[in-house]
Design a protein around this ligand. Structure first.
Ligand SMILES: Nc1ncnc2c1ncn2[C@@H]1O[C@H](COP(=O)(O)OP(=O)(O)OP(=O)(O)O)[C@@H](O)[C@H]1O
Length: 398
């Protein structure tokens, strides 16, 4: 299984320009996460920080117990081996055929024999659907194939964390969906932790288990997909609807007028779309089951709209197991007492030694602080003050 990536209080500037500050989130192991954000909000800077190519001034990035912001170069080198990165353009060498491009990291970083290299390269080319294209040069193939070749190259060292920078850039919608399917299938096969940076709304709505968004130098939120995809925050509503009116303008610093915000408040986020499933014949994504358990433990700390969407994904058996009655038509499930298996009666002489049995609850009785942090609407904070904290004041406000 992929490894967890814990980002805590991370801030990055270039000179006087703050890119983002106090970013706190956890990429759950083996799950797919997406980081959204308007252009220039520092998504690529974030990816580069995760692999230690850029050094944030404050905060931690902890992977396998190592804080890569402060560790010695030697340790950073070891942690970097856990990563596979797919760059926007595939970053292939133009003069090398696909086979040699994909073999490159193996020849550079391992002592494997050519026959072993051949086996690995062909295996990864098959995973991304490129078998038969070994001799092609990058200039002879489509953008989608170049991305898949870049992905195959990112896989040859068996990464546990895969970073994907804008997989949709330069691709038509169909090629984008096909590449998304490759990523989902890949996750099912290798269970790596995956972080995708994208602007593509369709990718954000259908691929990830978790979504975050950078805006105005802050991480607006990060958490289960249902939280962002049902959020009423104006910036999220504008982004997911692809609308020109709202807080996001041509410049990051746009000041949203009251009229514009009022107009946007009448619009809601588009309805949730189902997550892309694995291609038939592929193994099951074990991350889905792990995520379900994790998210149900946090359920009560999430916004009601997110809770509702999460509960809709449960089967009647799961609803019963986690203590919810089956939904009435058109209504969402109502919580009932958790159902616990009936224990076998104890022999009389043992009863006195056993402490009073506490019925196990599969979710916390009291809301817990969500581990991914940075989610204002996940708290009891009033929407208006949360809006100010994250999006600044409206024009004319004190
Ligand atoms: N090495 C660098 N030195 C100085 N400034 C940089 C450096 N790298 C990035 N920046 C600045 O950081 C800001 C964020 O850039 P970044 O490429 O991360 O944004 P992004 O969200 O990925 O944008 P896009 O979606 O358009 O790719 C930009 O203003 C950019 O100019």
């Amino acid at each position: 299984m992929g490894v967890e990536v814990v980002v805590d209080g991370l801030s990055k500037s270039f000179g006087a320009q703050t890119i983002w500050r106090d970013v706190t989130l956890t990429l759950p192991p083996g799950e797919i996460s997406v980081l959204l954000g308007p252009s220039g909000t520092g998504k690529s800077v974030f990816l580069k920080s995760l692999v230690g190519l850029l050094k944030p001034e404050r905060g931690k990035i902890v992977i396998n117990g190592v804080d890569i912001c402060t560790c010695p170069e030697r340790e950073l080198y070891e942690v970097r081996k856990l990563f596979g990165v797919l760059f926007q353009d595939g970053a292939l060498f133009g003069s090398m055929n696909l086979f040699d491009n994909i073999a490159f990291p193996l020849r550079e970083h391992t002592r494997k024999s050519e026959s072993e290299i051949r086996r690995i390269v062909l295996e990864k080319m098959e995973m991304v659907g490129l078998i038969g294209a070994e001799e092609k040069l990058p200039g002879e193939i489509s953008g989608g194939m170049r991305k898949r070749a870049g992905l195959a190259r990112a896989l040859v060292l068996d990464p546990e964390i895969i970073l994907v920078d804008e997989p949709d850039s330069g691709l038509d919608p169909v090629r984008t969906v096909l590449l998304n399917q490759v990523i989902v299938d890949l996750n099912a096969q290798i269970d790596a932790t995956i972080l995708i940076v994208t602007h593509d709304i369709n990718t954000a709505r259908t691929v990830p288990d978790n979504i975050g968004m950078l805006y105005r130098r802050n991480l607006v939120m990060f958490g289960p997909r249902e939280v962002l995809l049902t959020s009423p925050e104006p910036v999220v509503v504008q982004f997911l609807n692809g609308r020109p009116d709202g807080p996001i303008g041509m410049t990051e610093e746009k000041d949203t007028g009251a009229d514009e915000l009022a107009r946007l408040s009448e619009i809601s986020v588009p309805p949730m779309m189902p997550q892309l499933d694995v291609t038939p014949g592929m193994p099951e994504r074990t991350a889905v089951r792990r995520r379900k358990e994790r998210v149900l433990r946090q359920l009560r700390s999430l916004a009601p709209s997110a809770q509702q969407e999460i509960l809709k994904t449960l089967t009647p058996e799961e609803l019963a197991l986690y203590g919810f009655s089956a939904p009435a038509t058109g209504a969402w499930p109502q919580q009932t007492e958790p159902i616990a298996p009936t224990p076998a009666p104890l022999p009389q002489d043992e009863v006195a030694d056993v402490p009073q049995q506490v019925r196990p609850t599969p979710y916390p009785r009291e809301p817990e602080a969500p581990p991914w942090g940075g989610a204002p609407e996940q708290t009891a904070e009033p929407v208006e003050s949360s809006r100010r904290r994250w999006f600044g004041r409206k024009r004319g406000e004190q």
